[in-house]
Write a protein of this length. Sequence first.
Length: 206
Amino acid sequence: MTKGRWGTALELLLAGSALALTGFMVIHEIMQASVWYGALAMDRLADELDATGLVGAGVVAVAVLLAVHALAAIRRLPLRVGEVRAFARTAGSLAHWDTVTWVLQVGSAAVIGVLGAIHLLVAGEDLPVEAVKSALRVRDLASTGFYDLLLTAVSVHTAFGLERIATKWGCPGRTVARALAWTCFAFLLVVGFWTLIMFHRIARGG
Ligand code: HEM
């Protein structure tokens, strides 16, 4: 394959894996939100999923998808010293929304890379999912800000990453893409934080 074709293939891989991870994240948040209706509701849903025997495979599939996405994105980063210096020199003067979202993408990716990997290992090791186990974990990790940071990074990265992809491929237009990005951001953040509050309530025995 020529360099140009490789570039297009990697862009398609980046966009495809981003869309797949966004779909996963929305489903993940909706499923976690079952805890809004109590520990029993979440456990019932977890039991049904467990009965399919696909949860373990799902953890591996998501880990692979995250790795593919990171590898496809890595060439976009200024990894050489000269590139970092050039970026630092010009970024301040490029007070443009695209520069802001690019910096947000890199920062949130770093957080997800570390905390997302830890979460996948811990949640994947501690199957089957049970509401009380999760609630105690959320409570025990609260002082570290683990889930607050991970949730904020995931919401930023998913929403504004989609906007960047839409802008790159020119579909939909910028205004629609930005409105969708803010909607996605608000959805992930509000649903996610309300879920964390519900876990805390269960951990308190409520
Ligand atoms: C198939 C793989 C996954 C499983 C089985 C899983 C399972 C869980 C479970 C059981 C919880 C409740 C808290 C706990 O028990 O620790 C949770 C919460 C959470 N997970 Fe995952 N998770 C997976 C993948 C991911 C990925 C890839 C991300 C993002 C990088 C993520 C982000 C979060 C966040 C932010 C929360 C906090 C609560 C919320 O916003 O819903 N998870 N996950």
